[in-house]
Design a binder for this molecule. Structure first.
Ligand code: PMV
Length: 347
């Protein structure tokens, strides 16, 4: 009797992908589960062209993850990256396939990591897109939307908001859904701008996963947040469908304010805001009273992002730049996660 054939080594090639953060207009805050990031609330988001993560996956003698030029040792980020790579490998090659070979992952953000600018969204989306290509998952044009839904579901397991970053333009990720979906592509609203105001360079003290779970488990306002969220989502989708910023803006504000209200009720309370965040919120209120469309939102960090139109950007920058610790970034609506050739990866 001959010995069973050794499993064939499956080749891995080198691939580089770029993805852009997904900024929620209507927020996801709270998980139905504790492990695989199924949202309790539906979110509606815009992909930001000006910010990006570029990630290369290549074969290597051992697993290594280099983020912004520095190798990460044993950490949540490292296990998140290689855990996701295992899942993508088995998705491409089947659950019974041979073990994933060791990989070198190099990732670079053109903006501060872990300071509430959604680096995990673009990071896990770029990783998913690059790894799928490195493992040979190259769909033909017709299969692409189906594969993108699958990549969205995989990226979600690294970080919830990454489910949205796989897509470009405007995306919806509905409560209970395993993947996000496209609502309008990146050409939908050419005048829309997001002004990103970096108000602190510090990494956040508490990650979004822990903060969400603490809010769900201890805040008496969490159930009210979840109960109220669907009507904001539905109304914002309708306003987006007719590009009505005067209607969308107040809904954007209500969503982030109510999200933070639920966090303030947690034990111990979660306070991401800094004095500069509050000063910026008041300055934008004064601008709106003068007729400038400037509707802010915030995420799990102190930074403020302003939803506006191109013609109002200068007035906003003039009023709030003094609060910033780095140059504000003005972004139009961005594309889906996509492969890039290595020459373009440093651009
Ligand atoms: O999926 P995470 O861990 O990046 O959490 C995202 C949470 C918020 O940014 C606050 C809201 C959102 O919908 O992006």
């Amino acid at each position: 009797m001959s010995a069973p054939a050794a499993p064939q080594a499956t080749p891995v090639s080198r691939a580089t992908a770029r993805a852009h953060p997904s900024l929620a207009l209507i927020k996801y805050w709270g998980k139905l589960d504790s492990g695989v990031n199924i949202p309790a609330t539906s979110s509606l988001a815009v992909t930001l062209a000006a910010l990006h993560t570029t990630t290369t996956v290549s074969p290597a003698p051992r697993d290594a993850f280099v983020l912004n030029g520095e190798e990460t040792g044993a950490s949540g980020a490292r296990s998140g990256v290689f855990g996701l790579l295992d899942r993508i490998w088995h998705d491409v090659h089947g659950a019974e396939s041979v073990t994933r070979p060791p990989l070198f992952v190099e990732s670079r953000n053109n903006f501060p990591t872990a300071a509430g600018l959604a680096s995990s969204a673009s990071g896990y989306a770029a990783l998913t897109r690059a790894a799928a290509a490195a493992f040979g998952d190259e769909p033909s044009g017709q299969d692409e939307p189906v594969r993108m839904t699958q990549w969205s579901a995989l990226a979600r397991t690294g970080s919830g908001s990454a489910a949205r970053s796989v897509w470009g333009g405007f995306t919806a990720w509905e409560a209970g859904a395993t993947a996000a979906a496209t609502v309008h592509d990146e050409t939908w609203w050419p005048e829309l701008r997001v002004v990103v105001l970096p108000l602190s360079a510090e990494a956040k003290a508490i990650g979004s996963r822990e903060a969400m779970n603490r809010t769900r488990d201890t805040s008496p306002y969490y159930s009210a947040w979840v109960a109220d969220a669907p009507h904001l989502f539905d109304a914002a989708r309708r306003a987006l469908a007719v590009r009505d910023l005067d209607t969308l803006g107040p809904l954007v504000r209500a969503s982030y304010m109510r999200m933070f209200a639920s966090m303030l009720g947690a034990t111990p309370p979660i306070v991401y805001w800094l004095p500069a965040s509050v000063a910026t919120i008041h300055a934008l209120e004064a601008l709106r009273a003068e007729g400038v469309p400037a509707w802010e939102t915030m995420d799990a960090g102190p930074q403020v992002k302003v939803i506006t139109i191109a013609s109002a950007v200068d007035a906003i920058l003039k009023r709030v730049s003094a609060f910033c610790v780095a140059e504000p970034v003005v972004s139009a609506v961005g594309p889906a996660a996509h492969l890039v050739t290595d020459q373009h990866a440093t651009a």
